[in-house]
Ligand binder design. Structure first.
Ligand code: NAD
Length: 431
């Protein structure tokens, strides 16, 4: 039977609801998406032909504020996936106490096969189709898989042209000269790093004693690796889509980032200035990386990499989820039984949406903050919410993912119930 990502996603609700302060009716409401839009986007290609692309935008819940979530360009985009991603955004914003609901969008396309001009026509065409569905006070998109600041710039420009008003707050993750925020690019990696620093404080370990493996060495993986390396953590394994490398003594991360961005390959190197030398390192597969005997494992690439099949082979006592959904259905229980602490994605990788919120606030106020200000605000927010979730985990003797859902459900429940409930209206009728 085909599995539904959205149905899997909502299973977390019933598990967390028994510890949360939320009425059954409010919980039921969160099992549905508020609005779903399917569009077709005709694009004139460079050779003169016309191609039509299918796209979606889904708003899951807007009780706590306008909805927020990225736009993904990927051949495997489906309505079911976009619904699940919009659901996670509702919970991510609620965990972080950001006044947003959740949304997501996507277009079924392989952008690697489009020219720059075709990509621009598609981006602008998609906005034309969803223009009535989004807005700075209704639904605010952002970048996601295979979309970036340049695409956000085109989309903001298209929206502004259609509504005849410069509207930077309609989209976040924009280029800095078009109203983007300083610190947005590294925000998700920083958020993951701040979660590890909180664990460090709680459990009283010394960075130099801890080994780390990171799967995925893109935006997120590189930023978290650089920050941990700076603090003295030993990053012993890293990988990208081509495979990984391992060294017991740990890698010189700035040198590897330099080479990766130059040659597009993860290689063990040591650099003096711009001169880099390849050094000895064992080659490993992505599957082997996950099962290494390290202290901290950071999946920072794809969803569903830790499954029922390999969960019992994971040796790291701490997993911090950088990617969205790297632990598949059924694997959580196996990890929990083995006392592996998982810092869940809806908390650990929420640094990105938090700084997106700061971008929106700056756009709306027309006043821009410096980068230290952004980092400090993010650190304070991540630390507070990490501790809120950790305390709930201890209070209810549950895993940290369930605790994060409890925290979010408490906030969502309060907001939904403040709009009126069955009990409230029944009492009024009976009075
Ligand atoms: P990215 O495209 O910059 O990097 C992805 C990395 O994963 C690349 O190094 C790529 O080579 C590697 N990769 C791809 N396939 C792989 C495979 N099969 N095995 C191992 N590595 C593989 O993306 P990113 O922005 O770093 O995002 C990574 C993850 O974090 C995604 O799941 C994304 O949804 C999630 N995330 C990112 C942000 C953000 O702001 N960047 C925010 C929230 C969540």
């Amino acid at each position: 039977m085909p599995t539904s990502l959205f149905k899997d996603a909502i299973t977390h609700l019933d598990k967390a609801a028994k510890f949360a302060d939320i009425e059954a009716e409010s919980l039921e409401r969160l099992k549905y998406c508020r609005a779903t839009l399917e569009v077709s986007v005709p694009v004139r290609m460079d050779d003169g032909s016309l191609r039509v692309f299918t796209g979606y935008r889904v708003r899951h819940d807007d009780t706590r504020g306008p909805t927020k979530g990225g736009i993904r360009f990927h051949p495997n985009v489906s309505l079911d996936e976009v619904k699940a991603l919009s659901f996670w955004m509702t919970f991510k914003c609620a965990v972080m106490g950001i006044p947003y609901g959740g949304a997501k969008g996507g277009v079924m396309v392989d952008p690697k096969h489009l020219s720059r001009l075709e990509l621009e026509r598609l981006s602008r065409g998609f906005i034309e189709q969803i223009v009535d569905f989004i807005g700075p006070d209704t639904d605010i998109p952002a970048p996601d898989v295979y979309t970036n600041a340049m695409i956000m710039g085109w989309m903001m420009d298209e929206y502004s042209k259609i509504v005849r008003q410069y509207t930077p707050a309609v989209i976040t993750g924009k280029p800095i000269p078009l109203g983007g925020s300083l610190g947005r690019n590294e925000a998700t990696g920083r958020g993951v790093y701040y979660c590890i620093k909180e664990l460090e404080k709680k459990l009283g370990w010394t960075p130099e004693d801890k080994t780390v493996a990171i799967q995925g060495f893109g935006n997120l993986g590189q930023h978290v690796a650089a920050l941990l390396h700076q603090d003295g953590y030993r990053i012993v394994a890293i990988s990208d889509s081509q495979g990984g490398i391992y060294s017991d003594s740990g890698f010189d991360i700035p040198s590897i980032i330099h080479t990766k961005n130059d040659t597009k390959r993860v290689r063990a190197v040591y650099c003096e200035g711009t001169v880099c030398e390849v050094v000895e390192a064992k080659q490993i597969t992505n599957e082997e990386l996950l099962e290494l005997d390290v202290d901290i494992l950071i999946p920072a690439a794809l969803e569903d990499v830790i499954t029922k099949d390999n969960a019992s082979h994971i040796k790291a006592p701490y997993i911090v989820e950088g990617a969205n959904g790297p632990i598949g259905h059924g694997a959580d229980d196996i990890l929990a039984k083995r006392d592996i602490l998982v810092v869940p994605d809806i908390l650990a990788n929420a640094g990105g949406v938090t700084v997106s919120y700061y971008e929106w606030v700056q756009n709306k106020s027309g006043y821009y903050w410096d980068v230290d200000d952004i980092h400090k605000r993010l650190e304070k927010r991540m630390s507070e919410e990490f501790n809120n979730v950790y305390n709930l985990m201890e209070q209810h003797h549950c895993d940290m993912r369930t605790a994060a859902y409890v925290h979010a459900l408490n906030r969502l429940g309060q907001a939904i119930e403040a709009q009126g409930t069955h009990t409230f209206f029944s009492e009024e009728v009976l009075a």
